[in-house]
Ligand binder design. Structure first.
Ligand code: ARG
Length: 566
């Protein structure tokens, strides 16, 4: 296609932009809509462009002669022989046809990033789940990933938190804070009500900033205590973030003065009301006045803005990252756009770097408002996840023939999978409604449906005994076999598309379609029934086996387990 465009029309189009997509029209496998968008560029009518492309294409062994319809759609019908051979070639390939990238990039991936001495909230849950899926997909594609957890572990609130810690008689013995939010709120209300405490808190901030040892030790305890809570959530979720991935705000603190000096040297800073700021071009408030990123506040303190300039500088210049991804909620969109713009001015981001705010919407409860517990408090993630496993246990118990220990293991895979999948299967930029019923439904685009579909296939394969291996001919006589074969071959294009816009929901949609196409195949094409020709049986077993492998791989790429039996 790319070659044809070059010779016939003298235009360069990247393979990913040729716009060849699976077709929804009956009797057509793929459709290419490129002629419409190219027409303007080459100054010819779209149909004419389409005819020219078709004439120059060299696809005889791949498809029947392509047909041009409508305003300039090019329709492809893949040859059965090619299709059958391509599917047969997937047997024994652990990557199921997905090539590793030829030019790996180095991604610095900021995700999860909760705040110390506060409970992780559902926003952090989304960041954790989406970030982990992106991490797995990037690694699978062959990229290098440097994950980092941007803990909110520094700044003025730590004065009052540490002082409160001292007040409640915290020593180095084995205390635990069971309720991080309660702890934070107690400190906060004392700060507001008691001027003496407020003064001590401010003094504490100074001691913390100046590296007072006793203060740092108390601060460390708060950080460790919170990290234990976060790790409990990561453990439940099966997320690979560890202590080694923590690059909290405190990590960048020693770099801030130098970053500001650097920006000053480059002539990018301006004083504004006693603060030192940068004003990246193109950002104004409603009155049309330029918006600042604050580097140093009037009182000499540093904040969130300058810390993120330091993250960009650190990951690109010190760690050689080519791509920066920040998996953070949509409300911070402007912050990141401004940080990226200023970083380009400062040279922290060059033409070779890409920086993306992988933003996401909020999770809404059944009432359409931000999700809360029944008592009205903000929801605790550990409780939410435990509840998910509990609901899943009920769903599994209804039909399962497994023993109690196995059932518990499976309930965990189903419950945690459901929470993750509900999040990942909806477009991350939209808000989504959190409802147990929909999340754990056995029908529809849910992980439970996919897990059941896979377990059903695994049971067929177990019954079949030995499985046909590489080299087994695939026969595509029934339309349902053909449809399934085409679906199985779509995986590489789907992985590409997912990584292009960091959109895991596209993979979910594909897995759901694959399971649905398999189920129509299984309705019309008997596999193990008596009287099925052995060659046909083997071919169908190959299709079944590959379907299961696609589902298992696809779920694994978004961090969801697919139990052998449910
Ligand atoms: N801790 C922040 C919050 O809870 C998120 C940090 C995101 N990462 C960053 N580099 N700013 O809102």
């Amino acid at each position: 296609m790319v070659r044809a465009l070059r010779t016939a029309l003298d235009v360069e189009v990247a393979p990913a932009d040729t716009m060849v997509r699976p077709s929804t029209r009956a009797g057509v496998d793929y459709q290419c809509n490129l002629a419409m968008s190219l027409a303007k560029r080459v100054g010819r009518p779209p149909r004419d462009v389409a005819e020219t492309i078709v004439a120059a294409l060299d696809v005889d062994d791949l498809t029947a002669p392509p047909e041009v319809t409508g305003p300039g759609f090019i329709n492809f019908v893949v040859r059965d022989g090619w299709l059958a051979a391509a599917v047969a070639g997937l047997v024994g390939d652990p990557r199921l046809g997905v090539p590793a990238v030829t030019r790996p990039r180095r991604y610095a991936l900021d995700y999860s990033s909760p705040n110390v001495a506060k409970e992780m909230h559902v926003g952090h849950l989304r960041s954790t789940i989406i970030g982990d899926a992106i991490r797995r997909l990037l690694v699978f594609a062959g990229h290098e990933v440097l994950p980092h957890n941007h803990l909110g572990d520094w700044g003025t609130p730590f004065g009052m938190l540490i002082e409160h810690l001292v007040d409640i008689g915290w020593d180095d013995s084995a205390h635990t804070i069971t309720d991080l939010n309660g702890f934070y709120q107690a400190a906060r209300s004392k700060f507001d009500a008691d001027p003496g405490f407020a003064d001590r808190s401010r003094l504490r901030v100074v001691q913390l900033q100046s590296g007072d040892e006793r203060t740092l030790a108390l601060w460390r305890q708060l950080v460790d205590e919170s990290t234990r809570h976060f790790e409990e959530v990561y453990g439940l979720l099966g997320i690979g973030l560890t202590a080694a991935d923590i690059y909290g705000e405190s990590f960048y603190h020693p770099m801030l003065a130098d970053t500001i000096d650097d920006l000053e040297r480059k002539g990018l800073t301006r004083a504004s009301g006693g603060a030192v700021c940068v004003f990246p071009p193109g950002f104004t408030n409603r009155e049309g006045e330029p918006l600042p990123l604050i580097l140093r506040k009037r009182d000499g303190g540093y904040g969130y803005h300058v810390t993120d300039l330091a993250t960009v500088r650190y990951w690109t210049t010190e760690r050689g990252a080519t791509d920066l991804l920040y998996v953070v909620g949509t409300p911070q969109a402007q912050h990141f756009q401004m940080v990226f713009a200023a970083s380009r001015q400062a040279g922290y981001l060059t033409d070779d770097n890409r920086a993306v705010h992988v933003n996401f919407g909020t999770i809404l409860g059944e009432d359409g408002k931000t999700i809360r517990t029944r008592a009205g408090g903000s929801i605790k993630l550990v409780e939410l996840l435990t509840e998910a496993v509990g609901h899943a246990a009920d769903v599994v118990a209804e039909r399962s023939e497994l023993g109690p220990a196995e059932q518990a293991r499976v309930a965990r895979a189903v419950g945690i999978g459901a929470v993750k999948y509900a999040d990942l299967s909806s477009d991350r930029e939209k808000d989504y409604l959190f409802t147990w019923g929909k999340m754990l439904a056995r029908e529809g685009n849910t992980s439970v449906y996919l897990q059941y579909a896979n377990a059903r296939i695994r049971s067929i394969l177990r019954k079949a005994g030995e499985l046909p291996g590489p080299g087994t001919p695939v026969l595509l006589t029934e339309p349902a076999e053909r449809a399934l074969a085409l679906k199985l071959l779509d995986l590489p294009a789907v992985v590409d598309a997912v990584l292009e816009t960091y959109a895991p929901h596209r993979l979910c949609g594909y897995l759901y379609e694959t399971a649905a196409v398999f189920s129509s195949f299984y309705e019309t094409c008997p596999v193990l029934a008596a009287g099925v020709d052995p060659q046909v049986r083997d071919s169908r077993l190959v299709l079944a086996r590959l379907t299961s492998e696609v589902l298992v791989l696809g779920l694994d790429l978004i961090g969801i387990e697919a139990p052998e039996q449910l």
